[in-house]
Design a protein around this ligand. Structure first.
Ligand SMILES: C[S@@+](CC[C@H](N)C(=O)[O-])C[C@H]1O[C@@H](n2cnc3c(N)ncnc32)[C@H](O)[C@@H]1O
Length: 277
């Protein structure tokens, strides 16, 4: 239906695998599967104007966990992602009423149909010019359609951390933003990006998250997930140089402390397509 050709590999930003470090692909799929259990999906689904029979696009669907959940609510879901291995993992699961296709989101195909909803979770930060991306996808959404975007704000916002560790993490975030790879503060920009792209924001949620935004000590599996994430950040390693091990260990210790506090927030914005967009 979509006639989507396999795109060149997209720039997947700083949290994805570097060419220089080999991590088995299924481990990334397994990581995503584990992360699914830590998010507050049901709180978002409750607020999205989902109706049985709707056709929904899931932009950056990863291994298809959210597509499966949306389809279980009576919708047909088309999941798009630039990572062929993740798409293969999604297809392998064979969730009913889901179709998964490889697509570079920077180049929307002409599908020949309009969808009722666009879902995108933890993908927006990869697009430092999100307004431009939203404008490109807007024509695919029907005039009455909805869009739900979820993203983290202040990704490394965890306390207490030393000033030195904070400044190295900030240097890494600044470098990613300047290079157009990733915006670690995208969660707080969703609302204005949607408005600038012509959408009418109807709901903004701040969600608890067992890995990304929580208070008190993290369980060991969450600390291990963060350790794996740090190992997937070669640019952070380069920026920290010989201090990388210290930065990583201080950050992981911070997550394990009983007085740990997240300033990081998971934000979900739900919007309708404005009449004039
Ligand atoms: C952090 S994962 C989120 C996966 C899933 N949406 C979730 O919430 O668990 C980000 C996803 O965005 C995809 N992605 C990033 N940049 C992309 C691009 N330019 N085109 C297509 N997919 C992209 C990655 O392949 C990855 O699957």
């Amino acid at each position: 239906m979509w006639g989507i050709n396999r795109p060149p590999a997209p720039d997947r930003g700083p949290t994805l695998r570097p060419a220089a470090i080999t991590i088995p692909l299924m481990s990334l799929a397994a990581e995503y599967r584990q992360q699914f259990t830590w998010r507050s999906w049901s709180l978002i689904f409750e607020e999205v104007p989902l109706q049985p029979g709707q056709t929904i696009l899931d932009l950056g669907c990863g291994i298809g966990d959210q597509a499966r959940e949306l389809a279980s609510r009576g919708c047909k879901v088309i999941g798009l992602d630039g990572n062929q291995e993740l798409i293969d993992a999604a297809i392998l699961e064979q969730p009913p009423n889901c179709e998964f296709l490889t697509c570079d989101l920077r180049n929307p195909p002409n599908p020949g149909i309009r969808v009722d909803g666009i879902w995108s979770s933890f993908v927006a930060a990869y697009f430092t010019n999100l307004v431009e991306l939203l404008r490109r996808w807007s024509p695919v959404l029907s005039p009455e359609g909805w869009i739900a975007i979820t993203e983290i704000d202040d990704f490394f916002g965890h306390e207490p951390l030393s000033p030195r560790t904070k400044s190295l993490l900030q240097a890494f975030a600044d470098d990613a933003l300047t290079a157009g790879r990733y915006d670690f503060h995208m969660g707080g920009k969703l609302q204005s990006c949607l408005a600038q792209a012509g959408f009418a924001v109807s709901r903004v949620l701040t969600l608890p998250d067992r890995e990304l935004s929580f208070q008190g000590a993290a369980p060991p599996e969450v600390v291990e997930a963060w350790r794996t994430r740090f190992q997937r950040m070669p640019r952070l390693q380069a920026i920290c140089g010989s201090e990388f091990a210290n930065v990583q260990e201080e950050f992981l210790s911070c997550l394990s402390r009983h007085d740990h506090v997240s300033t990081a927030k998971v934000i979900s914005c739900i919007a309708m397509k404005s009449a004039d967009s």
